[in-house]
Ligand binder design. Sequence first.
Ligand code: PLP
Length: 388
Amino acid sequence: MPDDLLRYRAEFPILERTTYLISNSLGAMPRGVYDALHAYADIWATRGVRAWEERWMDLSIDVGNEIGVLMNAEKNSVSVHQNVTTCQAVVASCFDFSGPRNKVVYSDMNFPSVMYFWEAQRAVGARVHMVKTDDGITVPTERLLDAIDEQTLLVPISHVIFRSSYINDSRAIIEKAHRVGAYVVLDTFQSLGSVPVDVQALNTDFACGGVLKWLCGGPGTGYLYVRPDLAPKLQPRITGWFAHQSPFTFEIGPTKYTDSPFRFMNGTTHIPSLEAARPGLKIIREVGVERIRERSKHQTARLIALAEKHGWQVNTPRDPEKRGGTASINLPDAPEVCRELLQRDVLVDYRPQAGVRMSPHFYNTDDEIDRAIATVDEILRERTVAAQ
Ligand SMILES: Cc1ncc(COP(=O)(O)O)c(C=O)c1O
């Protein structure tokens, strides 16, 4: 491993105590978060309400731009929210589902939380078309493209699938959607910080995700990119005083929408999570997604090769160009094995139809990959002996 990546290990205290392979769920906490949250408390304690003007009002714009840089978003095109589900709700609230163009198309490999949200929009006229997939790993692009037609309004899809780490062909999906006049909401939660994302090159209409996984930013901050030429045409119905051109004049009546990212926000912002997000974002910017991606391809390949050597089922694409940062490995008694791994300080998770998800990040060593696999092997052997 090149030393320049190795040196970042010291920034993440949990790496001293565990084999941390769970960045697809919760990235390791950077040491800098202690200081960031201490500074937050200090400002609150000493500056009181003046903190809003002196720091907190601009914070969401700044953090939005810090996230935006990582996806080549135009300046001031990213707003911050609490989570992805809220981001997609804000997008939905910009559209009308009562007319003939009311179809919402996605695959059954999307993250369930957003499916629950879109299913609930049937009550306001949305026609949800969920494309069925076959193998639990990939999304048949042609089938998805065929479902996107002249009646399609929105296509909310994951860039990288949370179960299998398959990389959707988002370019083809966006091109087809645009050809028929539909909009794409690209969920980049499992890609940004792990797989390169360029919202301008993709020409996506919306992109959303959160910072707590690959961006090491902790829970509480989601982000929403809106294409700058589209943004002024949209008026979210989920809105509030922060979206108003002059919130502090406390005008009554409808929102006069501002043109800044606040246009897509609503009420008072979640300052502590925004502060906590910054150290991780800074490190990811410094390390660079290209280097992260190289390391990730190498280490997920190592995991897959070792799993195959043991005869375990791999539910992740073998082609590194079609694979994100996770190797999903199905094991006998996978939920129990996963619990035992956590006991032994190998941090991973288990997801139904996926198996145990192992997700190395730029701070992991090859030795840790080998140790995790050796620990799985040890647990399985112990279970076999215990069963005899
Ligand atoms: C692709 C994807 N989308 C969304 C979510 C979560 O959505 P939310 O931020 O609303 O909790 C996850 C995982 O937590 C995910 O992997």
